[in-house]
Design a binder for this molecule. Structure first.
Ligand code: ZN
Length: 134
């Protein structure tokens, strides 16, 4: 719950520090970027506290994040970019706090790890067999 609270507080602090003259406009644009969480609807289950959203949900992966970062440097898209980068940073911190990782470890790498474990078992068995033969 504290994590969701931060999604409302941090943009407010940034708007207060850097966009004081148009605080409400800046704050609202950054809050609206939370629609990026719509990509959770593609996942099953939609919400899983033990799953890190960074690197898992399509709009929370590295290529879109590069675009959010670039958007921070273009005056017209700066607030959208900032809102999204703050969002990604908070989600990543949340992953670190709850799961001890900064990003979701993709399933293919988990499979290959499993494969290499079973492969090492296979070689281990072969090795014992060879040793027993000689
Ligand atoms: Zn998110």
């Amino acid at each position: 719950m504290f994590h969701i609270f931060l999604h409302f507080i941090v943009p407010g602090v940034v708007a207060g520090l850097f966009f004081r003259k148009r605080f409400w406009f800046a704050y609202l644009i950054m809050i609206v970027t939370m629609v990026v969480d719509m990509d959770h609807l593609l996942a099953n289950p939609i919400y899983d506290p033990n799953r890190c959203s960074i690197g898992f949900h399509p709009l929370h992966t590295i290529i879109p994040i590069v675009f959010y970062f670039v958007a921070c440097f273009i005056p017209k898209t700066r607030l959208i970019g900032l809102g999204l980068i703050i969002h990604m940073a908070l989600d990543s911190i949340d992953c670190q706090v709850t799961n001890g990782v900064w990003y979701h470890i993709t399933i293919p790498s988990a499979i290959s790890l499993e494969k290499s474990i079973s492969l090492s078992r296979y070689y281990h068995t072969n090795l014992t067999y060879e040793v027993s033969l000689s």
